[in-house]
Write a protein that binds this ligand. Structure first.
Ligand SMILES: [Cu+2]
Length: 181
């Protein structure tokens, strides 16, 4: 009598728990993909006093790492009181910044890019560009396509468990009946 009630109850509990897990997984995954697909910028400050070699700090941060599809647009802001330049060592870009001015460059290929200020040669910096992570912009469709796979597997396991439990209960019930007779 006790077994008859508890086995379907267990199946219901397992189903509810898995649905709970399913609803928890989906927002977590979608939140993750939203944050990686957003295109942000990386800021580099040309610090006050950068014109002086003994300042110690010029581009801040001097070496930054950006990720394609995440923050591969770098914005330099001249916080110093004089002009500075931002010139790529491969001459792919070049800009002169007056005090307060900004310069924006978007990197599109992974690699390490060194740059400097041509007025003050002690001012050097680098940008390390990393490839987009698998869940980022270039592969958004494939990652969102892969997301439902886990919940489907979980549901499959739950239904299989439920079927096993129900058939187990039915088998017990049948054997009891045959024993009683
Ligand atoms: Cu400079």
């Amino acid at each position: 009598m006790h077994v008859k009630v508890s086995v379907p109850l267990l199946a219901i509990v397992v189903t509810i728990v898995s649905i709970g897990a399913f609803t928890l997984v989906i927002p977590a995954v979608s939140a993750q993909s939203t944050s990686t697909t957003s295109t942000g910028v990386a800021n580099v400050s040309i610090v006050s006093g950068a014109k002086n070699e003994d300042n110690g700090l010029f581009f801040s941060p001097a070496n930054i790492t950006v990720v394609l599809g995440v923050n591969n647009t770098v914005v330099w802001t001249n916080h110093d009181s004089t002009n500075h330049t931002v010139v790529a060592l491969d001459n792919s870009y070049s800009a002169t910044l007056t005090p307060g001015q900004t310069y924006t460059h978007t990197y599109t290929t992974p690699g390490v890019y060194k740059y400097h200020c041509t007025i003050h040669l002690w001012m050097t910096g680098s940008v390390t560009v990393l490839a987009a992570p698998s869940s980022s912009s270039t592969s958004t469709s494939s990652s969102t396509g892969a997301v439902p796979e886990f919940p489907f597997v979980a549901f499959g396991v739950v239904f299989l468990t439920a079927i096993i439990l129900v058939s187990y209960a039915a088998a017990r019930k049948t054997s009891r009946h045959s024993l009683a007779k």
